[in-house]
Design a protein around this ligand. Structure first.
Ligand code: COA
Length: 260
């Protein structure tokens, strides 16, 4: 499929989705959000894709936020709709995919950019990355899940300070906060993320999907994560991957998972 604002390529079980508006620091306009929805959905349904990597094009930005020029004249109803549609199409959508999504944060990740990185299942940053939720400097608040996911990842007090000051933290501070899992040079970012993806790829895709669902359940209001874990655990016993994984172990060979 061809897109105007993103690129999507699949190689060796990894689909890399690149946000490709470098002249606007990869800001998320509505067309880009729609295209990202389609690309993530296609990758999630693609049998050959075991891991999805999301990255920005160029060397300066992952994503510098939602496209401010698009919502500057919105009213109350349009503002609410912008957040609701964006969360449904992209941010909650990505967070709840059963295919693992890694954000390779290769520069500015601000506003909707950091919210997209936080919707991914985990993050790896290059040492030039800068992260923040500067929305209150524009007279709004984070609307793509940032007020929820940032405190979950870094703790309430740190999230309060970062959001209220509209400040930015660098990659090493993000590492110290637990917002990103690893920091490396820009040149080493993609190789490192692909190396981690390679370790994920060896394991059962259906079990990984079940683990994502169980982990996410613990962060959902009114859902008992332990009950979700029991249910997802039980379901694994009905999969071909479970038979393959246990038989391979008992027969002292490497498993070949079909993801079924
Ligand atoms: N929405 C729309 N356009 C954006 C954008 C955004 N969130 N972020 C950057 N751009 C555009 C700029 O308008 C500029 O376009 P132009 O060349 O047509 O004028 C281009 O990207 C380059 O940005 P510029 O500001 O010139 O780069 P810089 O290196 O001086 O500053 C930032 C980089 C990231 C500090 C700055 O672009 C910025 O503060 N962006 C907005 C961040 C933000 O508030 N995000 C949250 C949105 S809710």
């Amino acid at each position: 499929m061809s897109y105007n604002n993103i690129l999507s390529t699949t190689q060796d079980g990894i689909t890399t989705i690149t946000i490709n508006r470098p002249s606007k620091l990869n800001a998320l306009n509505s067309e880009t959000i729609q295209e990202l929805h389609e690309a993530f959905n296609a990758a999630n349904e693609d049998y050959d894709t075991k891991v999805i990597i999301i990255i920005g094009s160029g060397e300066k930005a992952f994503v510098a936020g939602a496209d401010i020029s698009e919502f500057a004249d919105f009213d109350v109803a349009e503002g609410g709709r912008l957040a609701a549609e964006g969360q449904a199409k992209l941010f909650d959508f990505v967070a709840n995919l059963r295919t693992p999504v890694i954000a390779a944060v290769n520069g500015f990740a601000l506003g909707g950019g950091l919210e997209l990185a936080m919707a991914a299942h985990f993050r790896v940053a290059s040492d030039n990355a800068k992260m923040g939720l500067p929305e209150v400097s524009l007279g709004v608040i984070p609307g793509y899940g940032g007020t929820q996911r940032l405190p979950q990842l870094v703790g309430k007090g740190r999230a309060m300070e970062l959001i209220m000051t509209a400040g930015m933290i660098d990659a090493n501070q993000a590492l110290q906060y637990g917002l990103v899992n690893h920091v490396t040079s820009l040149e080493e970012l993609v190789p490192l993320v692909e190396k981690i993806a390679g370790k994920i790829k060896r394991n059962s895709p259906v079990a990984i999907g079940a683990a994502i669902a169980a982990i996410n359940a613990g962060f959902e209001d009114g859902v008992n994560g332990f009950e979700t874990e029991i249910s997802e655990f039980g379901n694994c016993f009905g999969t071909e991957d479970f038979v393959e994984g246990t038989q391979a172990f008992l027969n002292k060979r490497k498993p070949v998972f079909e993801g079924k």
